[in-house]
Design a protein around this ligand. Structure first.
Ligand SMILES: *Cc1c(COP(=O)(O)O)cnc(C)c1O
Length: 382
């Protein structure tokens, strides 16, 4: 049987050799590779500054830590996202204020943001949902009007462009993830990009204990600690992988888009299935996956369809199984009701994410379409 896994990192001899080379030396952190990786990532995205970190969650945490978010502060967060988008605010003691999604793309409903802004609001976080950019001109307008910082959670947005500018550079910071099933991987890892030199310099300190100069900058073995900080550094093994992965990015992104287009075209023949909107005009998606929304009689057959596909070797996922405010931690803390985020809930309850990753090809896409057609007929009969 054909195997069509949802995600699989693309790792070759280049990555393996690069990691082995690091292991043959003895410099595992503070070496030249994390700097080299930062430069390559900055060049790829056209970012003035890039700071490598241990994960996207670390990058987000460092962003709110830089902002000095605390118990008196509120941050606007999309309801339909990864829990890390919200956790990063809560880790600093701030209050997350959730805004529902729009049905067209799954992105935050921009028109609902201003109603949630109070005098305590300090920042807006936006997430290109599954890689689909949002109207950042509108976000910037709102942020400027209310004097707010913009944090872009760009974990799934390598290759996402709005008006030709890479995601993460519209707001104040962009936070990327190199977790294994993202667009590129360093096993675990992340990158913060920014146009602001002060943010970059501060985050370089806070990712490493708040020490005032890192090892390479020390002429003598003395240093001072001028602020609090974490240990959120990326190591040289990760950076070695990252340098090789960046070289693959163009072909990875091209493959994703090709697969997406074949799959999308095929799925248009199934009338009970709706697709979230992807790239158009000035909006370029990174095509993380193709999320379908089940309509009419299919809405309560999701698990049957997922199981049918699974039996055919097709891996699926759900982004995300629950809106973040309805996860127990947030629900218990803030007392949210199940009906408060209707669009985010609809996406959580009725969507299935289909794979389009670079480990797959056109035949795999046709295999998904054929099996989905059969699945729809089969579950409708049962
Ligand atoms: C994966 C993901 C994260 C978390 O990334 P890590 O690198 O695992 O910390 C955060 N936000 C979004 C939108 C993600 O998809």
């Amino acid at each position: 049987m054909r195997e069509v896994p949802f995600g699989r990192p693309i790792i070759g001899d280049e990555e393996r050799n690069a990691v082995m080379e690091v292991l043959q030396g003895h410099m595992f952190v503070h070496g030249p590779l994390s700097k080299k990786f930062e430069d390559a990532f900055a060049q790829y995205t056209n970012a003035p500054y890039a700071v490598s970190v241990s994960s996207c969650t670390a990058a987000l945490h460092l962003a709110y830590f830089y902002l000095n978010i605390g118990p008196d502060d509120e941050v606007i967060v999309p309801a339909q996202t990864h829990t890390a988008t919200a956790h990063a605010v809560e880790l600093c003691g701030g209050k997350t204020v959730f805004v529902d999604a729009e049905i067209r793309t799954g992105n935050i409903d921009i028109e609902q943001i201003e109603a949630k802004i109070t005098e305590k609001t300090r920042a807006i976080s936006v997430v290109p949902f599954l890689g689909m950019p949002l109207n950042m001109d509108r976000i910037k307008e709102i942020a400027e009007k209310h004097d707010l910082f913009i944090v872009e959670d760009t974990a799934l947005a390598i290759g996402t462009y709005y008006k030709g500018v890479h995601a993460g550079l519209h707001g104040d910071v962009g936070c990327f993830s190199f977790y294994p099933v993202k667009h590129m991987t360093t096993a675990e890892g992340g990158m913060l990009i920014t146009k602001n030199e002060k943010i970059a310099n501060t985050v370089r300190r806070t990712r490493a204990f708040g020490v005032d100069r890192h090892i390479g900058e020390r002429k003598q073995p003395v240093y001072d600690v001028t602020m609090l900080g974490f240990n959120y550094r990326m190591n040289e093994l990760q950076a070695a992988m990252g340098i090789e992965q960046i070289k693959r990015l163009d072909s990875i992104l091209q493959k994703r888009q090709q697969n997406y287009e074949v799959l999308s075209q095929g799925l248009m023949e199934i009338s009970e299935i709706k697709q979230l909107q992807s790239s158009h005009d000035e909006y370029q998606s990174s095509y993380y996956c193709l999320s379908i929304l089940l309509e009419n009689e299919l809405t309560d057959k999701r698990i049957d369809i997922i199981n049918f596909l699974k039996d055919k070797g097709i891996g699926t996922s759900v982004y995300y199984p629950k809106p973040v405010p309805l996860l127990s931690y947030y629900k218990n803390k803030y007392g949210y009701q199940d009906n408060e985020f209707p669009i985010a809930s609809l996406i959580s309850n009725h969507s299935i994410a289909l794979p389009v990753g670079p480990h797959l090809n056109e035949e795999d896409m046709n295999y998904i379409v054929d099996n989905l057609k059969t699945a729809v007929i089969t579950v409708n009969r049962s």
